[in-house]
Design a protein around this ligand. Structure first.
Ligand code: 3H9
Length: 698
């Protein structure tokens, strides 16, 4: 080891004629300033050493470089720039071999593209995921990749951001060889061979760019505008790749740099970077407790929700029992699961063998006694406390000591459910979102008596199931539905005051939600919201009670998509049209309620739907129901379709300024009363001290 070359994260050693540059910057070898400086210095040393004939660039630990160090983006840039490090590698007159394992991502792949040869471990994956952070590859990726793998493959990797497995990378020409056995040894052997044979150095930047194909670009752009509505980065990715084809390399690099700098400073990229770290923070608990072993699971209720939860277990390779009241319901539930998997097989997402393996992990039963060996039981039965009590009393009787007893309730009090058992410490909420096998969010709900080890277990289980799990406290509706209820209230009040369902939906869709509240209600079924409302009539305010538009819709069997009409009319393909009947129902209600209807601006609709949610989130934080502002963002991003490029409701609030939000709350408080609009003390404090939700820890 040459101590004079390298630094604390870059080791430099010459073995025979080969210089080995090894980076060790845990956890993911991000290209921090120290890595960049050490790497450049090491390449320069190898260039200057006449005994060195070739260079191997390799990373220690679990992965090749996972990209630029995203945490540095918030700080002023520090030399050497990554582009210059890569140029130094590419211009080296001795062959440089990148030895890739784990994930070569973003700037990491760009480093590999600057090397003259690439060898990869068979399990490696290579990609340019910058677009997912609202960026584009900013160290030559958009200029070198098309020259190496062609326009279509490159554009796809840059716009979608999905990594390709090593074998595909080999087929595409992105890597030259797959390593057999030990990667370091294979890379060393390749470097020796290249040195022996005096192979030409292949500088990617010197390869000819593929020919321009304007028609292809136009098609892709049109497609991207539709599929990634509202996102800026994919369009700028197209611009950068277009520059690779239409400009000389150096000018293309300058275009890429400019586009990258603009995106890095954009609110969208800041929001998406926030979302990236927020998701990782959510998994960190404020205590350390051992997670219990979970090898056998059980789900109670084989309806849509229970079936979806059972599929989550089977997808993760965990055996699961599915319990139903009687054989017929069980048969229907299992058939629904089978049909769901068959659909995935038809679309090519699963092989027939995988379907059979997963179905073999799901065992139906109608006997509670069969659950006595389960490590965890999740009930997904009717949302009614009496029914829940009945189920949990049975579970308490049957389940082995230490089994976790979970409820999939979406709003009921976890402690009240736990009180049906002699083991409240083992009872927890696990709120899956529908369809449970698709939606990423898992809201784990800790009751006041739930033990830390049960919390740690359900968080760990969430990871195994491929979910983004967030631990929250117990209250009516927990984090997500509690905030949603405020938006729902205001959206109905807006109808009373003169807005149409279509205007409200258009505004929220325009903000970036996949659908507005009324289209959403039609999809879920208006009877679902109505039942919930009936259960709460006693706790509603007089205005909420009088605002009975939903009751009127249900009374005439307008239940949404399933009956062909709700707030919209639906044709056989479920295409929605405004509904004259729904408008008449709203108008009739308004005439009777005596509320004067007026024109309502889109801005008012947006504020009245979003500000009460933000305010409710502040109450949630004050009460400690959520531990971090970023956890609330994670819930809304992954469970409620909040546009990712806005970073979640609290990131959005911080971006527009809490003083703006507070001003809006006070204005609507004066118009509609404190009962709905009193600003939370926390929000007032933060706004008045010029801080945001995400400054709270500081
Ligand atoms: C880029 O490269 C721009 C260039 O084109 C141009 C520059 C000029 N930086 O996800 P995990 C942390 S943009 C800093 O839990 P896994 C992460 O926060 C970048 N930190 O592990 C976490 O920290 P903590 C393009 C990073 O095994 C820890 O590492 N690259 C970075 O499930 C473990 O992460 C990407 O977008 C980073 N780049 O997954 C790749 N990456 O322990 C982003 C991770 O304190 N990263 N951390 O919570 C990933 O996709 C995943 O982290 C990876 C590992 C697949 C690598």
């Amino acid at each position: 080891m040459n101590k004079a070359v390298g630094n604390e994260v870059v080791a430099y050693r010459v073995q025979g004629r080969i210089a080995r540059i090894a980076i060790d910057n845990p956890p993911v070898n991000a290209l921090s300033q120290a890595v960049r400086a050490g790497l450049k210095h090491a390449v320069e040393a190898a260039q200057a050493d006449s005994s060195v004939a070739a260079i191997v660039l390799i990373c220690e630990g679990r992965t090749f470089f996972a990209g630029a160090d995203i945490r540095e983006f918030a700080k002023p840039p520090q030399d050497p720039r990554l582009v210059d490090v890569i140029l130094c590698i590419e211009q080296c007159t001795k062959p440089v071999v990148a030895a890739i394992h784990g994930t070569a991502l973003g700037g990491g792949l760009e480093v590999a593209l600057g090397c003259h040869f690439r060898i990869a471990d068979a399990g490696a994956r290579l990609g340019l995921p910058e677009v997912k952070l609202g960026l584009l590859p900013g160290a030559g990726g958009t200029q070198r990749l098309p020259r190496l793998v062609g326009l279509k493959a490159a554009l796809d990797m840059v716009i979608e951001g999905n990594p390709v497995p090593a074998r595909k990378a080999l087929e595409m020409g992105l890597v030259d060889e797959l390593a057999e056995g030990d990667l370091g040894a294979a890379a060393q052997a390749l470097a020796e061979r290249i040195a022996d044979q005096g192979l030409d150095l292949r500088r990617t930047s010197r390869l000819p760019a593929p020919p321009m194909d304007e028609q292809w670009f136009a098609e892709v752009e049109q497609h991207v505008r539709k599929r990634k509505r509202g996102y800026e980065a994919p369009l700028r990715c197209i611009d950068a790749v277009r520059a690779a084809l239409s400009l000389p390399f150096e000018e293309g690099m300058a275009t890429e740099r400019e586009l990258f700098a603009a995106l890095k400073a954009s609110p969208q990229s800041r929001a998406l970077r926030h979302a990236f770290f927020a998701e990782r923070e959510a998994g960190k608990l404020p205590f350390s407790a051992p997670a219990r072993r979970i090898e056998r699971a059980a789900v109670i209720g084989a309806g849509t929700m229970g079936g979806g939860i059972a599929m989550c277990f089977a997808n993760a390779g965990i055996a699961v029992q599915l319990l139903e009241k009687d054989e017929e319901r069980l048969r229907q539930g299992l058939a629904r699961i089978q049909a769901n998997y068959d659909g995935s097989a038809r679309r090519g997402r699963l092989t027939r063998e995988a379907v059979a393996e997963r179905m073999a992990l799901i065992h139906g039963t109608t006997l509670f006694e069969d659950l006595h060996e389960a490590d965890i039981v999740i009930e997904a039965v009717f949302e009614d406390m009496a029914v829940k009590h009945e189920v949990f009393r049975e579970l308490d009787r049957i389940c082995k000591p230490g089994a976790i007893l979970a409820s999939n309730t979406s709003y009921l009090d976890i402690d009240a459910i736990a009180s049906a058992t002699q083991r409240p410490q083992d009872v927890v909420g696990m709120h899956f979102f529908s369809p449970a096998n698709v939606m990423r969010l898992l809201e784990n709900v800790r009751g006041p008596r739930t033990s830390e080890s049960v919390c740690a277990s359900v968080m760990e289980l969430g990871r195994r199931l491929g979910k983004v799990a967030v631990l929250v406290g117990s209250c009516d509706g927990f984090v997500g539905n509690r905030m949603l209820s405020k938006r729902t209230r205001e959206s109905y009040f807006l109808l009373q005051e003169g807005a149409t369902p279509y205007q409200v939906d258009r505004v929220l869709h325009g903000f970036g939600f996949p659908m507005g509240p009324f289209a959403m209600a039609d999809l879920a079924g208006l009877d679902v919201g109505w039942r919930n409302r009936q259960g709460r009539l006693a706790s509603l305010t007089p205005r909420e009670r009088d605002c009975d538009i939903l009751d009127r819709m249900v009374a005439v069997n307008r239940l949404g998509q399933k009956t062909g009409g709700g707030f919209y009319e639906y044709d056989a393909d479920r295409k929605a049209q405004p509904s004259a009947q729904a408008e008449a129902i709203v108008a009739e209600h308004c005439a009777q309620s005596g509320i004067r209807r007026r024109d309502i601006s889109d801005q008012e609709i947006l504020e009245r739907c979003l500000y009460p949610m933000i305010n409710e989130a502040a109450y949630i934080l004050e009460e400690g129901v959520a531990a971090r502002a970023s956890d609330i963002d994670v819930v809304w991003l992954n469970g409620y379709g909040f546009p990712a490029y806005r970073g979640g409701p609290l990131c959005y609030a911080d971006q527009i300024g809490l003083d703006t939000v507070l001003e809006g709350l006070r204005k609507y408080e004066a118009e509609h009363g404190s009962i709905y609009w009193r600003p939370a003390d926390l929000l007032v404090r933060l706004a008045e001290s010029g801080r945001g939700f995400h400054d709270m820890a500081s």
